[in-house]
Design a protein around this ligand. Structure first.
Ligand code: WTA
Length: 648
């Protein structure tokens, strides 16, 4: 059993939730009066334009609705309401990879957002409910664009800058977006890279919905501009007024779409609401990071992922905190970059992914010692299971044994943290996300809906709705129901299944064991193996393909592809073929899905009915023993043949 670390006593004394008694008391309140608990939170935390009349409507399960009848605007929650007390407080501290810094106060941010909101309304005719794609680097204008959409009720959908033109096009078309906001490029590892050419490429076919592109000049690259379609932000933004009234939004009006991978088909546009989402962003900032008025909060994610949405932008700003945004990579110009920034900005809460911790541990083990990291109070991780080695290094070397580590489990679909320690209360252990937050009914159950005993793996489910839950999949309600409410039942009722496996350890702590479906997690990026397979199948010489995850010491998981080729002649030309396969991946998805291992095999293990036994392929890729019965396979010898190839 792993060691338990108690919270720092000085920290606990000042924390919002100071001990496990307080934590249990809150959880009990939520259990005993579920709606009352959320009613209290929503009244306390949201600055409503008009009050709601119903806390939760469950009449059309699983299309739950929260805070019905209420009106608000998320930008009022994040900006407008802070102007009295915090107008000159830093809202965003931005640092470019080249060391350039910008500090944007709440009042400045408010004006910037208003100008851009006016520009979208006046120049591009963007109205409430219209979709706007953001394909942006990590620059403050990404935040302005998100909030400007929210101000006028447009629905933003951010596409991570690492996605290719083809992936961008799919999302523009699926969302039927009217406008794209992008940048000419940005800097990464000391070099400029371009974004706008990918937008040009994406718009070449099938994107009739999208007539306008707004370009922020970040590095003043020499790029093509299409007259009548492309507009330069820097040239026109100052013509707009800095005053703009917020659009009153219904609680359930969508705030944004964010595409994420599932186990089948194309990426799905996860829809989030206005009130429930912003309540959650703020509730978790307060409880999980325990951010105080004078704190500086830093989440290293990219705004293109849900973590960036909730914990760079919406969460910190909703609570009136100072948030750091960093453009570059953690290893530029050296592996001390992040620690130097923590020292310089006196960061109090730091939130990153296990993959980054492992990388910095490996490449710059002693680097943190060179910096004063004493401002840190809470350290967070997210995105994948964290191995005890990385956890201990984070705890000892970054936190100097003074900081709680909040291992936060959640998903794009949950909007914010679901299972996590509370830093002033929860005794923590390496490798465990500990307990559900007060108000979250998370349970690990078996296929019969019974809670699993300690030490046994089961399905991680959420048995009651929560305010920031996914509301739907854009344009595909059936998929929403099937993806999340099709697999698990409790007391005969369908409950939300996360796709993750988990178990209770001997002390009842929750340990996440990883995805149980065909989703893999590469450097904390969620990828559907089906998506990768369908790209590889386009190669003229691929007869069959199966993609699974394989262990990777830094990335957590790598992409492992089993390929059956069409012509035997190609044997010997494998290196070229791997290059071609990766070129296809780069074009259709982006480099984040690059193949780590390619194994050319004579066939795939299939049942007599033709179903690929993916579990066997997963076990082989992990180097595990095959425990499944292989006698029912169409060709029982194929497993040995594949294993021999792996071994040689
Ligand atoms: C995984 C990221 C273990 C999990 C916020 C989940 C985790 C998927 C943790 C969601 C954690 C996230 N420990 N695994 N603390 N946090 N995951 O949608 O498999 O990009 O289903 O959201 O990441 O990934 P997503």
């Amino acid at each position: 059993m792993s060691q338990i670390f108690e919270p720092n006593r000085d920290f606990s004394r000042e924390a919002r939730i100071k001990n496990m008694c307080e934590f249990k008391e809150l959880s009990l309140q939520a259990e005993e009066n579920f709606e009352g608990y959320w009613d209290k939170m929503a009244k306390e935390k949201i600055d409503w334009f008009e009050p709601y009349d119903t806390v939760l409507d469950e009449s059309n399960r699983p299309f739950y609705k929260w805070f019905i009848g209420g009106k608000l605007n998320v930008t009022h929650q994040c900006l407008g309401r802070h102007l009295d007390r915090r107008k000159n407080k830093a809202a965003i501290i931005w640092e470019g990879e080249d060391g350039k810094k910008r500090i944007i106060t709440y009042l400045q941010l408010y004006y910037r957002v208003n100008r851009l909101a006016n520009l979208m309304k006046n120049k591009f005719d963007i109205k409430k409910g219209d979709r706007v794609i953001l394909y942006m680097p990590m620059i403050p204008e990404a935040a302005f664009a998100m909030l400007a959409c929210a101000k006028i009720g447009a629905i933003h959908s951010i596409v991570f800058g690492g996605f290719s033109a083809d992936a961008l096009r799919d999302r523009i078309i699926d969302a039927s977006a009217k406008l794209i906001i992008t940048a000419d490029g940005a800097f990464r590892r000391g070099k400029p890279y371009m974004l706008k050419p990918a937008v040009d490429e994406a718009l070449k076919e099938g994107c009739e919905c999208c007539k306008k592109v707004l370009i922020v000049q970040r590095n003043f690259e020499d790029i093509d501009y299409t007259p009548g379609r492309d507009y330069v932000y820097n040239e026109i933004i100052m013509n707009e007024s800095q005053h703009c009234d917020p659009e009153p939004m219904d609680s359930e009006d969508p705030l944004f779409l964010l595409y994420t991978s599932g186990s089948t088909g194309k990426p799905k546009g996860v829809m989030h609401s206005s009130a429930g989402y912003i309540l959650w962003a703020q509730y978790t900032m307060e409880h999980v990071f325990d951010v105080k008025e004078n704190d500086t909060f830093w989440c290293t994610a990219d705004v293109g992922w849900i973590t960036g949405h909730t914990y760079i932008i919406y969460g910190p700003l909703a609570m009136g905190a100072t948030t750091i945004m960093y453009e570059g990579t953690p290893t530029f110009p050296d592996t001390g970059r992040w620690w130097k920034m923590i020292e310089e900005h006196r960061v109090n809460q730091f939130y990153t992914a296990p993959t980054a911790i492992r990388l910095l541990h490996k490449l710059g083990k002693n680097e943190p010692k060179k910096y004063d990291l004493s401002s840190l109070k809470v350290l967070g991780t997210v995105g994948e299971p964290i191995n005890p080695d990385a956890w201990m290094w984070y705890y000892n070397e970054i936190g100097r044994k003074n900081c709680s580590i909040v291992d936060t489990w959640w998903q794009t679909e949950t909007g914010g943290h679901m299972i996590s320690p509370l830093p002033g209360a929860t005794p923590i252990k390496p490798g465990s996300a500990t307990f559900p937050l007060p108000g979250i009914m998370a349970e690990i159950i078996d296929e019969n809906g019974n809670q699993t005993p300690k030490g046994e793996k089961g399905f991680l489910c959420i048995t009651k709705p929560w305010p920031s839950m996914i509301r739907n999949i854009w344009g595909d309600s059936d998929r929403y129901v099937k993806s999340y409410f099709g697999d698990c039942k409790k007391d005969g009722k369908s409950v939300y299944f996360s796709g993750d496996g988990a178990m209770y350890d001997d002390d009842g702590y929750i340990v996440i064991t990883g995805r149980t479906d065909d989703v893999i997690n590469v450097s904390g990026h969620r990828l559907g193996t089906a998506e990768i397979e369908s790209v590889l199948a386009h190669h003229f010489n691929v007869a069959e393909v199966a993609v699974v995850g394989c262990p990777d010491p830094i990335k957590g998981e790598g992409v492992f592809a089993y390929i059956v080729i069409k012509g035997e002649d190609s044997i010997g030309e494998e290196i070229e073929m791997i290059q071609e396969l990766n070129a296809l991946i780069k074009k259709e998805i982006g480099n984040i899905a690059k193949l780590d291992v390619v194994l050319f095999v004579p066939g795939l293990p299939k049942t007599r009915s033709g179903k690929i036994m993916r579990r066997i392929l997963r076990s082989i890729a992990k180097g595990e023993e095959i425990t499944q019965d292989t006698s029912t396979l169409e060709d029982p010898l194929i497993v040995d043949k594949i294993q021999n190839l792996v071994n040689c």
